[in-house]
Design a protein around this ligand. Sequence first.
Ligand SMILES: NC(=O)c1ccc[n+]([C@@H]2O[C@H](COP(=O)([O-])OP(=O)(O)OC[C@H]3O[C@@H](n4cnc5c(N)ncnc54)[C@H](OP(=O)(O)O)[C@@H]3O)[C@@H](O)[C@H]2O)c1
Length: 301
Amino acid sequence: MENLVDAGTRELGRSGITVGPLAFGCWRFTHDHIRDARTALDSALENGMHLVDTADVYGLDWGGTGFGACETLLGAVLSDAPELRDQIVLATKGGIHPPVPYDSSPDALRRACEASLHRLAVDTIDLYQVHRPDLFTHPEAVASTLLALRDEGKIRAIGISNHTPAQHDAIREFLGDALATTQPQYSAAELGPLRDGTFDRCARDGVTPLAWSPLAKGRLASGEDLRPELIALLDELAAREEVTRAAVAIAFTLAHPTRPVSIIGSQNPEHLHAATAALRVHLDRADCYRIVVASDGEPLP
Ligand SMILES: NC(=O)c1ccc[n+]([C@@H]2O[C@H](COP(=O)([O-])OP(=O)(O)OC[C@H]3O[C@@H](n4cnc5c(N)ncnc54)[C@H](OP(=O)(O)O)[C@@H]3O)[C@@H](O)[C@H]2O)c1
């Protein structure tokens, strides 16, 4: 049967920006030394992960030293090695504003974007994403701020994250084809976007999904806190494909027809390299449905 795992390059929506199927996530980019940060980034790039996804808020939790810390570290790496800038599709996010907690009002979003540019020490952000929807800003105001930032050359493409399908519809109404990406949580353990309308919106609008936590924050690698039948099935497929369970789980996120990009969160060069085995995995339709059933814990009708 046909292999559904799509290892080809993807365009981010209709932005003209092309990336590989695996991206490097910087939520855990909380290295104590710039040398270790550089090692992780170099490893990601060597393994074809040219889309680098961070956020202004990264560093506030997960071992960081505060708001902006991960962007500042990435900016320090890029300042040390300016030749890396052109090898990266630089993605960041704004709109989480502790303790408010969300603020995408025009002034706040503009200030957030400009502060990210400063911390990252770059002139342009390739993909700027609204990290979480601000329930108290009209989507037309969010969209017009983002379009203005794009017209000023501060950002090249626009994305959203953690938006419900209805919130996607509302902001897309004002962004049109400028909406390039959406970033939901998606993995073999978190199937929401398959059935809640998120991927259907991507199919309808030509928006590229960026799957966050494709290993369910590492649980699909460790096997902790997951249905035993899901782990057993992923292990069976891993043995058949002669790869790790993590590689099968990452491959599953690449098997949807909307051609998601999988944002790998590892900071470990060995794990980053091993993740590329996902691109050699063959999962057919029956394999994918078996994963859905094992993840749901009940048969499909
Ligand atoms: N938009 C949002 O709201 C949102 C939320 C969360 C995350 N994200 C994005 O998604 C990215 C990925 O999230 P995540 O870090 O939770 O992703 P993940 O890839 O699901 O999990 C990564 C974690 O798994 C661990 N791990 C253990 N064994 C592994 C193996 N064999 N291969 C790879 N990793 C292994 C990693 O540790 P080692 O480092 O030791 O390998 C790391 O701690 C983030 O960096 C961020 O860019 C976005």
